[in-house]
Design a protein around this ligand. Structure first.
Ligand code: ADP
Length: 318
């Protein structure tokens, strides 16, 4: 999680880069940070990475309180995130494999683990066949994929990407963001600064706009509501056969009855009667008993809306 509360930052020359910024990014989110040049986007990322320190306000990143972080704790803190830069920052005289392995070597990983993990991560970014090449032998898009593999190799919880598509052509840019999307689908938080409106438009993620050091818009609420609706839609299984429809109809009635029971339960008057209606109806006959107690006759239940569906599916043969 990343949480900025009333964060301000003024550089030594008097430039106000961030002014009273409050933002919360939850684990697993994908967030685009947009805004014109000089808006404060890089400063925002630098504070997250603890390359710059806020003058005021509080910053919490991956459970580290950055206001209180000691210098010697910084390397350990930075290992909780993978960072991708616009200019790739690969080591030119190292192969693709070694560039990625390097990130594991600096944290003291065992060679045995490196030999297992690096090929796996390279396969995730589609670069298995390029493992022995040098960065200069690769296209910009491929170099950025190496940088992504390096950011991923230590299982970081957050990927910070500072204009990762700034130096690559549009088709490759799409691929990079698509990869970030897959990484995010696996649970990794992604925070990406970009200038490219077309990319932002194609990927439906939360967008935070910074202007003159202030957050001027944040689509968080709209976005969360959309995700909730999508989840509800994907979990709903549409009944297809007549039997499935009857099961679904019964389930719906059961749910309605349960709702009704909750209402009854919360009503003091009826609660005092201490009757047995509160028992969960477990079988169909329980359910029917239960309904009878509320004056609902099972023969009165209207299955027609479901049956209409069947008739439609059958082309009106019924
Ligand atoms: P963006 O990433 O949106 O282009 P930055 O965060 O880099 O914006 O910059 C915000 C403002 O702070 C700009 O006016 C920029 O010139 C200024 N700035 C950035 N870094 C420094 C620095 N190290 N020293 C002084 N001013 C800086």
């Amino acid at each position: 999680m990343i949480e900025f509360k009333n964060v301000s930052k003024t550089y030594e020359n008097g430039t106000h880069a961030l002014n009273n910024v409050s933002i919360k990014i939850n684990d697993g989110e994908f967030v685009f940070i947009v805004g014109s040049s000089g808006a404060g986007k890089s400063t925002f990322l630098k504070i997250i990475m603890r390359e710059q320190v806020a003058d005021s306000g509080s910053v919490i990143v991956n459970n580290y309180n950055l206001n209180k972080l000691k210098k010697k704790e910084i390397p350990k803190f930075r290992r909780t995130m993978g960072i991708v830069f616009q200019d790739f920052r690969l080591i030119p005289n190292m192969t693709v494999f070694d560039n990625v392995a390097f990130a594991m070597r600096v944290i003291g990983a065992k060679e045995k683990d490196i030999r297992k993990r690096v090929p796996y991560v390279l396969s995730l970014v589609g670069l298995t066949s390029k493992a022995r090449q040098l960065p200069t032998q690769l296209s910009g898009g491929e170099q950025q994929r190496v940088a992504l593999a390096r950011a991923l190799v230590n299982n970081a919880g957050i990927i910070i990407a500072d204009e990762p598509t700034g130096n690559i052509d549009p088709e490759m840019s799409y691929e990079i963001v698509d990869l970030l999307n897959h990484i995010n689908a696996g649970g990794t938080t992604v925070v990406m600064v970009t200038h490219e409106h077309e990319l932002v438009r194609r990927f439906n993620h939360r967008v935070i706009t910074i202007n003159k050091g202030e957050v001027i818009s944040d689509t968080a609420e709209k976005h969360r509501a959309e995700i909730k609706t999508q989840q509800e839609e994907t979990t709903e299984v549409k009944p297809e056969t007549k039997e499935e429809m009857i099961v679904a109809a019964k389930q719906e009635i059961k749910e309605n009855v349960e709702k009704l029971r909750e209402e009854v339960k919360s009503s003091e008057v009826i609660e005092k009667k201490n009757n047995s209606y509160y028992d969960q109806p477990n079988s169909d006959s329980d359910l029917e008993d239960f309904m009878r107690n509320y004056g609902i006759n099972k023969d009165d239940i209207d299955y027609s809306s479901y049956l209409d569906d069947i008739t439609e599916n059958d082309g009106g043969d019924e």
